[in-house]
Unconditional design. Structure first.
Length: 269
């Protein structure tokens, strides 16, 4: 039986995550400010107390602080590297913690965000219930997840090479929690849910960013950062991608999509 990947090793370093984020920022066919769309989706006021569950690189909270946000800004993550990334940001606090057991009192925050992180939670329904618990009356919850099968060309390439190396691919995050099934989960927890869909594509005119993006996904396919096979697989990715660009001259286009699901505390049905 295949099991979901563990994110313990993947997020010891934030470098692969940073690579993935920067790839979307630089190579999206239609410019897309995900942070901005989340702020807009929750109608974020400057005085709102906000919890970012799975704060990752910390850029979302860092940018809010730099924009002069006056409310409390809190980040929570299972990764010590993620917590450390916010240690020098004035006006932001961060701590280690688990989404299924939020270390906060009930009705503490006006906004709770879970951006591209529910894939990694063993019990999503429990995490959603925890997010609802810590929201104040009429508070807003927002979750971001990818569409299933997003960036299929890169995914197929990585899966092919990992399988050929004899590695048993675990349950890939997007196949477990995605835009197809998350809205119903949120509805069962909060009641009414609004779904904001964003379809786009990554477009690459040269091989190197494709190679970097593909290599940054290896952990999701069962290749840990310290695996002896990782350099070999990265070279294999490079050879395949460069050969494609030599034959086809580009561009490499890979469809993608995500949703932002929002719900309000106390608005059932």
């Amino acid at each position: 039986m295949k099991h979901p990947i563990s994110d313990v090793q993947e997020y010891l370093s934030l470098e692969p995550l940073t690579t993935r984020i920067q790839t979307h920022q630089r190579y999206s066919e239609v410019p897309d400010d995900v942070e901005g769309t989340v702020r807009q989706a929750v109608s974020l006021s400057r005085d709102a107390d906000l919890l970012d569950v799975g704060c990752g690189t910390g850029a979302f909270l860092r940018n809010l602080a730099e924009r002069g946000h006056r409310g409390r800004l809190v980040g929570l993550d299972t990764s010590p590297a993620a917590v450390h990334a916010l240690s020098d940001v004035a006006g932001v606090s961060a701590q280690l913690g688990n989404a299924m057991n939020l270390p906060y009192d009930a009705a503490t925050f006006d906004v709770v965000t879970a951006r591209h992180m529910l894939y990694h939670v063993p019990d999503v329904r429990r995490a959603l219930a925890e997010c609802r618990r810590v929201l104040r009356s009429d508070g807003v919850f927002a979750a971001v997840v990818n569409s299933p099968g997003t960036t299929p060309r890169v995914s197929a390439l990585v899966a092919e090479l990992v399988t050929s190396a004899g590695i048993d691919i675990p349950v890939v995050p997007n196949s477990r929690v995605n835009s197809d099934n998350l809205p119903e989960m949120i509805e069962l927890t909060f009641g009414a849910v609004a779904v904001h869909r964003f379809d786009n594509a990554l477009v690459f005119d040269s091989p190197e960013p494709v190679i970097a993006f593909a290599a940054a996904q290896l952990s999701f396919y069962g290749v840990e950062p310290d695996s002896a096979l990782r350099p070999q697989l990265t070279r294999a990715i490079g050879a395949k991608v460069r050969a494609w660009f030599t034959a086809e001259a580009g561009p490499w286009r890979d469809p993608k999509g995500y949703v932002i699901c929002t719900a309000r505390q106390g608005r059932q049905g």
